[in-house]
Design a binder for this molecule. Structure first.
Ligand code: ZN
Length: 207
């Protein structure tokens, strides 16, 4: 899923050939670990799609997960403002730290709510670059009335499942409602942040 379109201006000469690379979970936004990359490690990371560092203790390239299987799947890479630090966004296949912790700062990394932002980007892309195969694009093509109607139908379906006791069916309907709600926002041309602003405003009035 990594796209080699990013422009990189990393200056390896500045730091004796080794640049700190900060790895962030592409979904949760948590900072997972920090390592060092030389030019070769950066190239291998981009080529293989698995985050690879230069290990100073091993004195060689080290693909994170090569022994544990807990690879970091590359999502994006960016150099910072002055080219001497790398931000890597990745999807971890397991706990990141050798201690077994989710992060090298012994933090939990279980939240998946950041996926909403990825989903919103996908929905926006389906609207702007529609394809025949995409269900989401077909919803946009049918127009606002159809999208709004779909949200209504999903709302009724979650009400029905709420009365029963089937976790799988309820969560399925909850996902359908959330998905179609996001499609409706996009169809109307509003951002989820604008809904958040309304909620934050209401909350600030109460406290
Ligand atoms: Zn660690």
């Amino acid at each position: 899923m990594f796209q080699k379109k990013e422009k990189m201006n990393i200056d390896f000469s500045k730091m004796n050939g080794l640049i700190p690379a900060i790895v962030q979970d592409a979904v949760s936004g948590k900072v997972l670990m920090q390592g060092y990359m030389n030019e070769e490690a950066l190239e291998k990371t981009k080529e293989s799609g698995m985050v690879t560092f230069f290990s100073r203790s091993k004195n060689r390239l080290w693909t994170k997960g090569e022994t544990s299987g807990n690879f970091l799947e590359l999502v994006s890479i960016a150099g910072d403002c002055d080219g001497d630090s790398i931000l890597v966004k990745a999807n971890p296949r397991g706990p990141v730290c050798h201690t077994g912790s989710d992060t090298c700062w012994d933090e939990e990394n279980s939240s998946k709510t950041g996926f909403i932002d990825q989903l919103r980007a996908i929905i926006k892309d389906r609207k702007n670059n529609p394809s025949d195969k995409s269900y989401t694009a077909s919803l946009f093509a049918k127009g606002i009335n159809k999208v709004a109607q779909k949200v209504g139908e999903e709302a009724v379906e979650i009400v029905i499942e709420a009365k029963d006791d089937n976790k799988e069916l309820f969560l399925g309907e909850a996902a359908d409602l959330l998905f179609h709600y996001l499609v409706l926002l996009e169809a109307k041309g509003y951002e989820l942040d604008e809904v958040m602003e309304v909620l934050i405003e209401r909350h600030s009035k109460k406290s």
